[in-house]
Design a protein around this ligand. Sequence first.
Ligand SMILES: C[S@@+](CC[C@H](N)C(=O)[O-])C[C@H]1O[C@@H](n2cnc3c(N)ncnc32)[C@H](O)[C@@H]1O
Length: 251
Amino acid sequence: MNAHYQIAPIPQLVSKTTAEPALRPSRPTDVPQRTRLTAETVAYQGKYQSLDAARTYDAGYEQRRSRTTIREKEILHALLARYESVTTILDAPSGGGRLTATIADHADVILEMDIATGQLLLGREKRFDAAHQIWIRGSALDIPLGDDSIEGAVCVRLSHHLYSQQERERLLTELLRVARRFVVFHYVDGQSPRYLFRALRSRFSGGKGRRNWMTRDEIRTVVQRHGARIIADVPARPLQPHRYVLIERSG
Ligand SMILES: C[S@@+](CC[C@H](N)C(=O)[O-])C[C@H]1O[C@@H](n2cnc3c(N)ncnc32)[C@H](O)[C@@H]1O
């Protein structure tokens, strides 16, 4: 592994109660500390390990899906604008830094975390000076930071690549464990018209209906377990299944 991506103990970011970078149990006890990963997730984690694969992902958004990025940036801006004087935001997964410029408008330091070395290399290539960036190779399902160690976390476009409910809940739980003020969490809404139609179609065609979506109730359950609350739940566009939920941990 490239030495740049080793996780260095950053004193103000690790748990106060242990000298080591903390991998302590999450606050709620009903989520197992180790989540058994599905084969799909293991495969997906390997997808962007090369710089070429990361560049292909990035080019796809710049060429074919630029409007999606513009819209996502608008939503992120609107949600993050509620918070002033934010020092550190975790962007997990960061990918190649597609949303970095937007997050940089709202924090002094961005922790860019991804499981894929290729994405982190791309992010470093595209680095810019607006905010201090730190790149960490790690899993968002086991975030190598202590409880409440950062102010905010942003998680865009990972949960719908996870095909078990346990993994998706684990992801949200980890974000809520490390972020003491707020979390922005992207999910695909299983109750949106498109996904309700898919579920119906799959029932009649006898398809397996692999599940990568969440319901608002599932999100609310995890959020309430942390004593947090949902402040906003915004669709990418009206009736779109892609949604961005803003969760606040402190008043
Ligand atoms: C669709 S991309 C989204 C990246 C970025 N948030 C964006 O919106 O452009 C999903 C990213 O998740 C990363 N990833 C997959 N599993 C992960 C995990 N367990 N922890 C952290 N990153 C992961 C992939 O390497 C990939 O870069």
